[in-house]
Design a protein around this ligand. Sequence first.
Ligand code: URA
Length: 265
Amino acid sequence: MESMHAALAALRLQIEWGADEALEMAPVDRMVIRAPAPPRPMTPPPQRPVAAPAPVAVPPPASQSARDIANAANTFEELRAALAGFDGCPLSHTATKLVFADGNADSGLMLVGEGPGAEEDRAGLPFVGPSGQLLDRMLASIGLDRTKCLITNLIPWRPPGNRNPTDAEVMTCLPFLLRHIALVRPRRLVLLGKLSASALTGNKAGILRMRGKWTEVHVPGLPAPIPALPMLHPAYLLRTPGAKRDAWADLLLLRRTIDKDLSTF
Ligand code: URA
């Protein structure tokens, strides 16, 4: 009985710390002492002194190869396939599904969130959980829906326990997002939350300072920067209902801009 209580307490702690998904069918006991790796064979000493060391093939940093892989994609579908086969981000090992995009790539409007949560990870689609439902209501309030915009994320795989992605994970995934934007060529971007706003604009100010003002995102391969509107993330609005007033002001600004210069909407 006592061991059952201890096991339940350990389970509860793991859930509190974000380990809320089983990754394998059976638990792995990481306390077990494994047999040490066999010693590497000794290299015989060189016969003669060598004038210059032979060049060593240094693997490129993950973000460098991510950029090459992303830039080799010439269509939306090629980019999705490249991401699906990309092994350079550890988040792809713990996530259930790749979350690439949803909506209309020809709409001229692209929304960039932060990263998938549990529901998105299961569905393989961005913004389908509670913050996605709020996002749909926000879009509807200004006459938009998923046929009139494309929705994607800064990070295409769910960080375990919904933690924020690390800087290294953001840097690894950023080339794919930039290529995504270059292929879609939206006329306007909406950046939902601080992470996507600062990763794409380079502005490290808080989202409360950035929101509500059009700024620009420079995308390699595009001739001109894309106007971008940082906005409060729907998940923040769910936690902070008092901030909905600011979000409403930003939605109206987006609607006015669309009315003014995007005749195709
Ligand atoms: N939050 C995000 O930033 N993106 C999603 O897809 C879902 C929640």
